[in-house]
Design a protein around this ligand. Structure first.
Ligand code: ATR
Length: 279
């Protein structure tokens, strides 16, 4: 019988996950289908219960439900619980188990550039949900430090204090981070600043960035934010948000099917979907 997968969000029309996962199911001859489900906040519990009742194979959760879904699941794994957000649910013998593949997806996307993060000096810009997933995941990789720069210092302090993994971390204002930006091997922009349509904004200047640094932006529309363009001008290497998106999807697919898919195929698929949509 065909297995059902999907993504729950509100809105959900923009999601590239259905096309990406359906392409994989058909490529690997898996009898499954992945659908977008627009679910209002007040209907989330009923939606999860319904999906469980009909024997869903698994599903993704996106904005605004990543935290609110937790009480409606049978189990949540340790990393997702510490982050306080689930983006992937797997039906494990009738029990819905929640995972977070956003942080691990970001980490896996780095591996072509940094085989290890041991000893690296890292700056995370922003302290929202995406920053939390990335920070908690990177904290387990034994970097030298992971500093956080944010407009609101208290939010960044809370993120760092809540982290269950021991890690050296300074909390910086955006101005302080701008002044010290040269000391980092890896800089990760996690806010929505620079996302279409406000493409002329960037959270901080990169005048002093180290040429050896990898500068990442989790935004993929536009493919090159103003922040990434500034990094290129300074001679640094860049990575856009396609990698995190593709690898979080690949890790979800692996949890559902048991094997890790062809990420180059996924990347091509996403770029094709973005064709004509960026900016
Ligand atoms: P998500 O959960 O998608 O990561 P979020 O929780 O809305 O998004 O977090 C947005 C992040 O972008 C926060 O770090 C926010 O800073 P504050 O903690 O000060 O709110 C940051 N952010 C959003 N708009 C900003 C702006 N105009 N200038 C600076 N930081 C901004």
């Amino acid at each position: 019988m065909k297995k059902l997968f999907g993504v729950l969000g509100n809105p959900i029309g923009h999601s590239m996950s259905p096309v990406m996962h359906n392409d994989l199911f058909s490529f690997y001859n898996i009898d499954a289908h992945y659908l977008p489900f627009q679910v209002k906040e007040e209907d989330l519990q009923a939606a999860v219960k319904g999906l469980k009742a009909i024997g869903v194979g698994g599903f993704n959760i996106t904005v605004p439900h990543k935290s609110d879904i937790i009480p409606f699941l049978d189990e949540v794994d340790e990393l997702a619980a510490s982050i306080g957000a689930v983006n992937t649910v797997v039906n494990e013998g009738g029990r819905l188990v929640g995972y977070n593949t956003d942080g691990p997806g970001f980490l896996k996307g780095l591996q072509g550039y940094f085989p290890t993060l041991v000893g690296k000096r890292i700056l995370v810009i922003g302290a929202g949900g995406a920053a939390r997933a990335i920070y908690y995941t990177l904290a387990k990789e034994k970097p030298c430090k992971v500093d956080i720069a944010n407009r609101t210092i208290a939010t960044a302090s809370k993120l760092s204090e809540d982290c269950p993994y021991s890690i050296s971390s300074r909390i910086l204002s955006l101005k302080e981070a701008e002044e010290n930006v040269g000391e980092y091997d890896l800089i990760i922009q996690t806010t929505m600043i620079g996302m279409s349509p406000k493409i002329d904004e960037q959270p901080l200047q990169l005048n002093n960035v180290n040429k050896q640094a990898l500068v990442c932006d989790i935004i993929y529309n536009p493919l090159e934010t103003k922040f990434l363009q500034a990094a290129i001008i300074k001679g640094a290497t860049i990575q856009n948000g396609i990698e995190m998106f593709v690898f979080q999807g690949a890790l979800a697919f692996e949890k559902w099917t048991g094997f890790f898919p062809d990420v180059q195929r996924m990347r091509d698929n996403v770029l094709k979907q973005l064709g004509g949509k960026t900016c």
